[in-house]
Design a protein around this ligand. Structure first.
Ligand code: NAP
Length: 311
């Protein structure tokens, strides 16, 4: 449980790319936190005690109040369960788990242990997302399209877990798009999907998904992990107020070609601010809509086998 008088004593688990790129810089600048320990089989954080696993960290550092779990999704549930049972607040990297039901279980465990659970969706905190949400709320939407196309070799080199079952493949970035779409568009559900699986991989390299909103509007989603050259992380909408383009993963908003919102991103500082807020308010923040859509795409989608993928 957090002491009410001082920074939250935090431990980080799974020290890899996202911890180095985002978590450590965000936590270092935030007075709400004191990073006191880390647990990882190989990765280390300088200047604090490091442990092989979360169990050893919790045993050795009982004053820990919260943990950020940054390992791949397939390995998050056990660590989260251990932390919640020890009455620590838990920050889950995205995607919050490998299945919807395991995250539901974590929600129940958090409530039973009187601690906060945060299913973080970093893309929701991209700078132009709230402006896009406000624009769409004031307009009549006719259709929407999500185009999320990037080069897996550039962004995920040597990440074998991402191609394994539960690694989500192209839905690892695709779920970022869905975390924005489920925040700015009306409720929607999948009507059809085609998932392209390389013949030597267990997860898809591309997907074409169609949704319908509850009031019948069409939404399409194109995911592609083989895009070289310019990368696209865009959500478009045709509306009675003009054509909206939310580009750069949520960082820039244009209406009818005119940029109306653009500012530098601060996604992880905002995630940590939100985590402190829910810890202090003794509530959880777990929205499973993006994960549910990915599960539905795997459930409903037609599987296409495409040529082998090599790094
Ligand atoms: P990563 O560097 O490949 O993995 C993070 C760390 O998790 C690894 O360094 C490893 O540390 C630990 N790990 C790997 N396999 C494990 C296992 N079987 N059991 C326990 N720990 C294991 O991946 P990442 O890019 O940081 O991504 C981690 C999570 O953050 C993913 O869910 C991803 O979607 C999310 N994320 C990534 C990015 C990005 O740009 N990379 C952006 C936003 C969110 P040890 O070997 O030291 O245990």
């Amino acid at each position: 449980m957090p002491s009410n008088n001082g920074p939250i004593k935090l431990g980080i688990v799974g020290v890899g790319k996202i911890v180095r790129d985002q978590h450590l810089p965000a936590v270092a600048k935030d007075r709400e936190y004191h990073l006191v320990a880390a647990a990882s089989r190989h990765g280390k954080v300088d200047g604090i005690p490091n442990f092989h696993d979360i169990e050893a960290m919790l045993d050795a550092v009982p004053e820990l109040e919260a943990v950020s779990l940054c390992m791949p999704p397939q390995f998050r549930y056990d660590a989260a369960r251990t932390a919640l049972m020890a009455k620590k607040h838990v920050f889950l990297e995205k995607p919050p788990g490998a299945t919807v039901s395991e995250v539901e279980d974590l929600k129940t465990l958090a409530a039973a242990n009187g601690v906060s659970l945060f299913a973080s969706w970093h893309s929701r905190y991209a700078p132009a997302v709230e402006a896009a949400r406000a624009f769409l709320a004031s307009a009549s939407i006719k259709s929407a399209a999500i185009n999320w196309k990037e080069d897996v070799r550039r962004w995920h080199p040597n990440q074998e877990w991402i191609w394994a079952p539960g690694g989500f493949g192209v839905f690892d970035p695709g779920i970022n798009a869905l975390s924005i779409a489920t925040h700015i568009l009306p409720a929607m559900f999948i009507t059809s999907a085609v998932l392209d699986f390389p013949e030597n991989r267990a997860s898809p390299v591309a997907a074409q998904v169609t949704f319908r909103t509850s009031n019948g509007l069409p939404v399409t989603m194109e995911l592609d992990w083989l895009q070289t050259g310019p990368q696209s992380w865009d959500i478009l909408a045709e509306t009675d107020q003009g054509k909206m383009v939310l580009s750069g993963g949520g960082s820039k908003l244009a209406i009818d070609g005119k940029v109306v919102h653009e500012e530098p991103e601060a996604e992880y500082p905002m995630l940590y601010r939100r985590f402190a807020e829910i810890v202090h308010a003794s509530v959880s923040d777990v929205d499973l809509a993006p994960l549910q859509h990915v599960a539905d795409a795997f459930m409903l989608g037609k599987r296409n086998v495409v040529k082998a993928f090599f790094d």
